[in-house]
Design a binder for this molecule. Structure first.
Ligand code: HEM
Length: 238
């Protein structure tokens, strides 16, 4: 970390609503991954559970569907949240891709391989965070539509179901890998946060990390006030 001293000051990065949405997404997606991929190893797993194999697989099937309903509900809620609330509008507007993100990405790569002395000043959400956020919209749209199709299989011709199944499985693999690689780095192995980034629990980011990883945002918030409220609305009850 660049800062020579640690001020101990913390700033709100995720509000209570955002943390609740995130935890629901996290728990339901984990359940979806576990109960979904169990199907890929069905015979082996059924034998592993012995006499309970069939029951375990029935529970798996219902857990997958129930988590699917929960994840769909949180996605719909999130859409309403970003359209109707001040804090949601600010969130999504700061997430919109801009030309600057491509410049940031280029400059950051140059910095990391030693062709640039200074790293770019990144905003509230940097290009990788934006990519991850919009990938969830893309991925969830695919798994929700194809999941509902497989759930209501009696309504669809065989060919449509096969396509839905291939898309569902493909997106499930992609999403699982993206979560494992992207999230495990940003939540655990990023040297600024190791062994664990607690922002998703307490909603706070340290002043040092904000300055180092989101310098542009830091400077803007500092200009606005001595007590920055991190791009959130006046009534954020952290
Ligand atoms: C991140 C989200 C999700 C992941 C990782 C995921 C993963 C999977 C996987 C790996 C399979 C097995 C495919 C195969 O073996 O051919 C599957 C099947 C299925 N999924 Fe999902 N899924 C997700 C979301 C959903 C949602 C949102 C729904 C419903 C709205 C859903 C409903 C289904 C259904 C009905 C099946 C058919 C087989 C079964 O589980 O009984 N899935 N899913």
């Amino acid at each position: 970390m660049k800062s020579e001293h640690n001020s101990g000051r913390k700033i709100v990065r995720m509000t209570k609503s955002q943390r609740i949405q995130h935890v629901i997404l996290f728990v339901s997606t984990t359940l979806l991954v576990l109960t979904g991929f169990m199907l890929q190893a069905d015979m082996w797993l059924i034998e592993l559970f012995g006499d309970y194999g069939e029951i375990v697989f029935d529970i798996r099937s219902w857990l997958h569907r129930a988590s699917g309903v929960i994840v769909s509900a949180v996605c719909v809620y999130h859409l309403i949240y970003v359209i109707t609330t001040k804090e949601g509008k600010s969130w999504v507007s700061d997430m919109l891709p801009r030309i600057r993100d491509a410049v940031d990405a280029y400059q950051n790569v140059m910095f990391m391989i030693g062709f640039r002395k200074q790293k770019p000043k990144l905003d509230r959400f940097m290009y990788l965070e934006k990519l991850e956020y919009w990938s969830v919209y893309f991925g969830m749209t695919i798994v929700i539509i194809t999941g509902i199709m497989m759930w209501t299989e009696y309504l669809w011709p065989k060919f449509y179901l096969e396509v839905a199944n291939a898309l569902h499985l493909g997106e499930a693999v992609l999403a699982t890998l993206a979560i494992i690689v992207g999230h495990i780095f940003s939540v655990h192995y990023n040297p600024h946060v190791y062994p664990m980034n607690r922002t998703f629990i307490d909603g706070m980011i340290s002043e040092e990390m904000m300055k180092d990883e989101h310098e542009l945002w830091y400077e803007r918030e500092m200009k606005k006030s001595d007590e920055p409220a991190a791009g959130t609305s006046d009534n954020d009850k952290h």
